[in-house]
Design a protein around this ligand. Structure first.
Ligand code: DWN
Length: 394
């Protein structure tokens, strides 16, 4: 019998995509953000899933193409898929604003994107995009019109879908016999190492280990044949799957290496999560201490990058408008609004104002890109505050 064990309670949290039009709304929705470990599958997930319709709607704010790092990463991956697999058809689950799928205009390229405002963007780009949630019924509809796929790709999406058995089954049903499925999502091993507890929020129903992925996909006939460790989004895994029945594709040695490494870390044991939980509580204490000290000195502090991730940190640590004056962000759909739960204004990025010496790095996953861009700020003594891997002033 699978046992689902609670290991961390992060308190009450809002919908991370709910960037507010007014600073103090009276009907904001909150849910309890608790993390659990499944002793059978080794999956780590939220205890309470939030209704998908609340999160993924026609006001979805995140644009995958907003960062240069990601634009380059997707273009590089598209070239590599083209070269290695020469697909004639490709399906992307969670196509967002088309940053990846637009590289495949010469073949049959199909998007799935339940956020209607995003699906409209890619449909306008002449990429047939289904504005529905991925499930068996949608996969049947797509196959009927488009046949089976050579490649199915999904970045930062499968970890957002609650029913994993159905999700992977629908993927397997939609692949042709030699087809491959590529999944890219934050790595649980990296979250544990970096104490990046902000990878858990309403949308991130799961944070995957390779161990858990292997356990849950074998049930539907998918087999991992390659893994790439990525730096993107604070440390992700790109996992390649084939059908079990396809023995033409060789299994790379790195699959067993990853599994061995996770075993050594104890990813299959509850103790590791109990330790993580202690570290997260310490991290909160230290971060709040840093903010309190700076505020006592009267320092203005801003936020850099109003990420969905930062919503977890701000709400868990109770860092509201009293601690952070405002956020700067390049995403037009966030500008002029307020952060969910903590009600901090979000302003249009136009450089860091000269009176600011401290900026909380909400987009810590783009640290390299941001440090390159903010040379002037750093030169004049400006400092970033980050909670990863532990709270400090950089
Ligand atoms: O999985 C998900 C990831 C991939 O994207 C989603 N569930 C939602 C979203 O999460 P996020 O908001 O934590 O993602 P990012 O990509 O880390 O967000 C970066 C934010 O920072 C954007 O709003 C853009 C902003 N930014 C900025 O203002 N200046 C980013 C950079 C690099 C910058 O220089």
């Amino acid at each position: 019998m699978a046992k689902k064990i609670n290991f961390l309670n992060l308190g009450k949290h809002p919908i991370t995509n709910n960037f507010l039009k007014v600073q103090n709304p009276n009907n904001e929705f909150f849910y309890n953000l608790d993390l659990i470990f499944n002793s059978e599958t080794k999956l780590v997930s939220l205890k309470n899933f939030v209704s998908p319709k609340r999160m993924f709607n026609d006001k979805y704010a995140h644009r995958a193409s907003a960062s240069k790092t990601m634009r380059l990463a997707y273009s590089k991956l598209a070239k590599s898929i083209e070269k290695k697999f020469k697909p004639k058809s490709i399906l992307e689950i969670g196509s967002n604003d088309g940053v990846f799928i637009k590289h495949f205009m010469k073949i049959n390229n199909i998007g799935v994107e339940p956020c209607k405002n995003l699906a409209r963007i890619t449909n306008k780009m002449k990429i047939k995009t289904y504005d529905e949630f991925w499930n068996i019924s949608l996969s049947k509809k797509i196959i009927k019109h488009n046949k089976f796929f050579d490649v199915i790709y999904s970045a930062n999406t499968i970890s957002h879908i609650h029913n994993l058995d159905e999700t992977f089954q629908a993927v397997n049903n939609s692949l042709n016999n030699n087809g491959i499925f590529i999944l890219e999502d934050p790595s649980l091993a990296e979250v544990l190492k970096n104490r990046s507890y902000d990878q858990f929020y309403d949308e991130h129903a799961y944070v995957f280990s390779i161990t858990a992925l292997k356990n849950i996909t074998k049930k539907v006939g998918l087999q991992i044949f390659n893994i790439e460790k990525l730096k993107t989004h604070g440390g992700s895994n790109r996992v390649y799957f084939k059908k079990f029945s396809n023995d033409k594709i060789k299994i790379s040695n790195n699959v067993s290496k990853h599994l061995k490494n996770e075993k050594q870390m104890g990813i299959h044991k509850l103790d590791v999560y109990r330790k993580f939980s202690k570290n997260v509580k310490r991290s909160k204490k230290k971060l709040v201490e840093i903010f309190r000290k700076l505020k006592k000195k009267g320092e203005p502090i801003i936020g850099y990058g109003a990420t969905y991730k930062s919503s977890t940190v701000l709400n868990y640590c109770n860092l509201n408008h009293e601690f952070i004056d405002y956020f700067l962000d390049t995403t037009p759909t966030k500008v002029g609004k307020f952060t969910p739960g903590t009600h901090i204004p979000i302003m249009k990025y136009n450089g860091i104002p000269s009176n600011v010496r401290f900026a909380f790095l909400g987009a810590w996953n783009f640290k390299e890109e941001i440090f390159k861009k903010e040379k002037e700020f750093i030169k004049r003594g400006g400092k970033f505050i980050s909670h990863v891997p532990y709270p400090k002033i950089l």
